[in-house]
Design a protein around this ligand. Structure first.
Ligand code: SF4
Ligand code: SF4
Length: 314
């Protein structure tokens, strides 16, 4: 694979890549690596963080900390834009005035059992890619070798697949697959003409990251007046965060790409058309009123001497 091919693949990857140019690796590639408390660089990687969070990462952490998704997002994350269309992403917010992770402790990670996907994978990077003519994503890996990480000098060899198993990433990959595919789909759809409406990015943010607010949205009267969600499905969504995340990915495909997933309530289309017509009519009426006001003001302006252009003041 030459550099230009890698550049194309890298541009399609859902996460930012390390500044270190990686080589694409398969799961059976053997690497040399071990991280343990006695390594000389202990905590170096958690002292200067740039960690993108997936929806499942947020779910695990907010449940561990017993916080609502909204409170977790406010306290522990910062938003960023994943692409030129402003697709919202979320990263860890470091400690106030510093670069270290808020969960870093001298003895190690305070949320180890629920640490995010990127922390589990490090120093392996997951690259999920999809060609425009393919319907499934392909997974490759890269090894990130940064000078501050001495784990690469430790005398232990294992395959990437073995390392993934040791770090418990399977469940994270499984639960994150729907979202990764959604992000790749959004990227491979190409640049929109102009920025997409703010509402579509707000919807993406809510369904992806703010699961408690999304639950309130799904159980709202407005949502249920529009969509016909069977009672037993709704009951599951209200009780099960993970089912709600999966529902959210499919709902986003429905709302953003027109992939039919939900049945609309009878008459919902007509009601929406009426609402849009009424909105358009209101905008037109406001525009007309503004235009008439401007015309009136123009003719009501008192003339100054000489305004008539004849040179006289009479
Ligand atoms: S969550 Fe844990 S492993 Fe990840 S950066 Fe923070 S302290 Fe390090
Ligand atoms: S820098 Fe590398 S070896 Fe050191 S603590 Fe972090 S992951 Fe482990």
């Amino acid at each position: 694979m030459d550099d230009s091919q890698f550049k194309n693949l890298a541009e399609e990857a859902p996460f930012e890549l390390s500044p270190v140019m990686p080589t694409l690796l398969e799961g059976d590639k053997v690497i040399q690596f071990r991280c343990h408390k006695d390594v000389g660089c202990w905590n170096a990687c958690c002292s200067n963080i740039d960690i993108t969070l997936t929806p499942y990462d947020i779910l695990r952490l907010k449940n561990r900390l017993n916080l609502s998704s909204g409170d977790f997002l406010k306290q522990y994350t910062v938003p960023y834009e994943m692409d030129q269309d402003g697709t919202p992403g979320v990263k860890f917010r470091p400690v106030e005035g510093g670069t270290a992770c808020q969960f870093m402790r001298p003895e190690g990670c305070a949320v180890y059992e629920d640490r995010p996907t990127a922390c589990r994978y490090y120093p392996v990077a997951l690259l999920s890619m999809r060609n425009q003519d393919e319907f499934t994503d392909r997974t490759s890996y890269a090894l990130v070798q940064e000078p501050h990480c001495w784990g690469h000098k430790e005398p232990r060899s294992l395959s990437i697949d073995e390392y993934r198993q040791e770090q418990g990433v399977d469940v994270y990959d499984e639960k994150g697959r729907g979202w990764r595919q959604l992000v790749l789909k959004k990227k491979s759809a190409g640049p929109a003409i102009g920025k997409p409406p703010a509402i579509s990015n707000q919807l993406f943010f809510m369904a992806s990251y703010d699961v408690d607010r999304f639950r309130a949205f799904v159980s709202s009267e407005t949502f249920n007046r529009t969509y016909d969600v069977p009672m037993e499905v709704m009951a599951t969504l209200l009780a099960d965060d993970e089912a709600l995340l999966d529902f959210g990915y499919n709902f986003l495909k429905h709302a953003l790409f027109g992939e039919r997933f939900l049945e609309e309530q009878p008459g919902a289309y007509e009601a929406r058309t009426e609402r849009l017509k009424a909105k358009a009519e209101k905008i037109r009426a406001e525009y007309e009123a503004q235009r008439e006001k401007r015309e009136d003001e123009k003719y009501a302006e008192p003339g100054k001497p000489g305004d008539c252009g004849c040179g006289s003041e009479g």
